[in-house]
Design a protein. Structure first.
Length: 639
């Protein structure tokens, strides 16, 4: 066995993270130096022009401003996630250069074409007035340097720690120590299948680490919730983390619905509305002692503002400060003592109110999308860790190619699963897909271990339908194009997709599709193709009544979602067999497993089959579905 030095492994992560940060900073600086608006608009997370809407104060007494995007885009608008920092820019008076506002705001809410941002507290009204007086405004994402700082500090702490329990856990996760388990009586959950039961059993028995590996549609969240609740039968409190606020909110909501007292820690701006009542801030303000604390704080502000510094006054103020500190500590301890689950993002685990907090068990959901350095921030607070996710689906987003090649895109869950396979529990029954749609993914990614639940195994949109179809454009000579943003598009394939969708709707019957609310997902790995397909759809009157039943997005945009019918536009069409990041097979695993009852793929089989994965997939479709090669249009015309 290869000898692994945990300290050296952590040091390497630190170096790769530095490369990622430098890369992001350099690209951001490059975007800021773009004097032409057109150049800046090509950057991700940039919107221009925008118009200002109404402003109002939110529950946290922050001034929130509504922004409207002149051009709405339901994919790229979602780059602006709640809680992310943004800044404004504008054209100078002569219209020749771009200027920046000297402050940052934070996204509060975002929808297609509209976004609200919280202005800086200290100068909110002045900032709002300045913006209202500025013409030709734009908005763009800023770099979140805080996250990099948290991750680097976590890696440094993990390297220098001499705590016996932590060192043991660290060496089990990334060293040569094997995970250990205790023997417990067999647990029984009639509402779970056997593989889910086994996963919960292993979680409870694990001394250091366990992995709940949940392929698409296998009930990972259901299993994780049960594992957390069962752990709470043996422990007073656990921590639950995930890489994103949306993922934290999702698992927290499921636990709350089961009656678990969840304390949601983090910036309330980044939380879902459903979880706000569980937030630390809301519960802090609702505590019985808060009214007294608030009145003391008010008296302190008034006392400090008034003149005179007599001994009597100083003593009175000091006594009030002591009482305020006493109340603050009492409220904080009460909130944490009452909570069974403390939930936050991995980065949020470094939040100051969690300082010196320690947990017997840490659960990390969506761990296959979490950067390893972010995981260590939370692991430092725990004696054992439970990972949940699927490392055969989308990896974490890495912007620096060199950092990705160095291994920053390899998650801690992925490394543990590979080095310590005994820690892994694979969920094997999926409840989403027709068995033919599931089959290839099960074979290629999960060693043929998945089975379709009886209620979905043979499910179809219509008895006259089939679950799988590949429309081969090899003879059509469509060709691909590269856009200014280096994304790819294929106009003829996009038009073919629209015709295919219409033909399918007409075959099944428009009335049936409307009555049964059959929904459609159109996926392309390339943003340029996504934008093109959306444009073509908007032009088609036929689809107006189905607009709410059709979603068009990238693979990343469909992560965690599912639709009755999925149509994938593969785009790549060239003689060399160049397929770009279609080589990232985890993305294709996500794409082909979004479909419940029908999967249609449009693509040049000759181009794609030069890669082993696609060659085998095409053979699978030929055997289990419909493979249709379209004729050469020129040949068709001559005939």
């Amino acid at each position: 066995m290869e000898r692994i030095n945990p300290i050296a492994a952590l040091q390497k992560q630190s170096e790769l993270l530095k490369k990622e940060m430098v890369y992001e900073r350099e690209n951001y600086a490059k975007a800021l130096t773009a004097d032409r608006i057109g150049s800046r608009m090509q950057e991700p997370g940039c919107r221009y022009p925008i118009s200002l809407g109404h402003s109002e104060y939110n529950a946290l007494d922050q001034l929130v401003l509504t922004l409207f995007f002149e051009v709405a885009d339901d994919e790229t608008d979602m780059d602006f996630e709640p809680g992310k920092p943004v800044s404004f820019f504008y054209l100078s008076d002569n219209g020749q250069s771009v200027k920046e506002t000297p402050y940052q705001c934070y996204v509060e809410q975002v929808d297609v074409g509209v976004m609200s941002v919280a202005l800086p507290n200290k100068s909110a009204l002045q900032s709002l007035k300045a913006l209202e007086e500025t013409h030709l405004l734009g908005v763009q994402l800023c770099i979140d340097t805080t996250s990099y700082q948290v991750m680097q500090e976590a890696l440094a702490s993990a390297m220098r720690s001499d705590n016996e329990k932590f060192v043991h856990l660290r060496d089990t996760l990334i060293g040569t120590l094997r995970p250990s388990y205790r023997r417990l009586p067999r647990l029984s959950f009639p509402w779970l299948n056997r593989s889910q039961e086994d996963a919960v059993q292993k979680v409870v028995e694990a001394q250091e680490v366990s992995i709940v590996h949940g392929p698409p549609g296998t009930g990972k969240t259901t299993t994780l919730v049960e594992a957390i609740i069962e752990t709470l039968q043996r422990e007073t409190q656990v921590m639950v983390c995930a890489p994103s606020n949306a993922a934290v909110d999702w698992i927290s909501e499921q636990l709350s619905r089961r009656g678990v007292n969840v304390l949601r820690v983090g910036n309330p701006l980044r939380m879902s509305n459903e979880m706000l009542d569980c937030s630390y801030e809301r519960r802090y303000a609702a505590h019985p002692d808060y009214a007294e604390l608030w009145s003391i704080r008010l008296a302190l502000r008034e006392g400090n503002a008034g003149g005179g510094k007599s001994r009597e006054k100083q003593a009175r103020l000091a006594k009030m400060r002591d009482r305020a500190t006493e109340l603050e500590i009492r409220i904080r301890y009460d909130l944490f003592d009452q909570a069974r689950v403390v939930a936050c993002t991995l980065i949020g685990s470094a939040y100051h109110i969690l300082e010196h907090r320690h947990f017997s068990t840490l659960f990390i959901d969506e761990a296959a999308q979490a950067l390893e350095p972010a995981c260590w921030a939370a692991i430092l607070k725990a004696d054992r860790v439970i990972f949940s996710g699927d490392h055969q689906q989308l990896p974490p987003t890495i912007k620096c190619p060199e950092a990705a090649r160095g291994g920053l895109d390899q998650t801690l869950m992925q490394k543990v699963a590979k080095a310590k396979p005994e820690s892994v529990s694979l969920l094997t029954v999926q409840y989403r897909m027709n068995k033919e749609i599931m089959g290839f993914s099960s074979h290629w990614f999960y060693h043929d271990r998945l089975t379709a639940a009886p209620e979905v195994a043979d499910r179809l949109v219509s008895p006259i339908d089939t679950p799988l179809m590949w429309i081969d454009t090899s003879q059509c000579h469509f060709g691909e194009k590269e856009s200014r943003t280096l994304s790819r598009s294929n106009a003829e394939e996009a038009r073919l997709l629209i015709h295919t969708l219409r033909d399918y709707v007409e075959m099944i019957g428009l009335t049936k599709i409307q009555d049964e609310r059959v929904d459609f997902g159109i996926i392309s790995p390339y943003r340029a193709q996504v934008r093109l397909i959306r444009k073509l759809l908007r032009w088609q009157k036929f689809f107006r009544t189905l607009r709410r039943q059709i979603a068009v997005n990238s693979v990343d945009g469909f992560q965690g979602q599912e639709r009755d019918v999925i149509i994938i536009s593969m785009v790549r069409d060239n003689e060399k067999g160049t397929i770009g990041f279609l080589r990232d097979l985890r993305r294709m695993n996500v794409a082909i497993t979004r479909a419940r009852m029908k999967l249609i793929i449009l693509g040049n089989a000759e181009t794609l089959s030069q890669h082993k994965f696609y060659r085998h997939f095409i053979e699978y479709v030929k055997e289990h579905g419909d493979f249709v090669t379209l004729p050469d249009p020129a040949q068709k015309q001559s005939d």
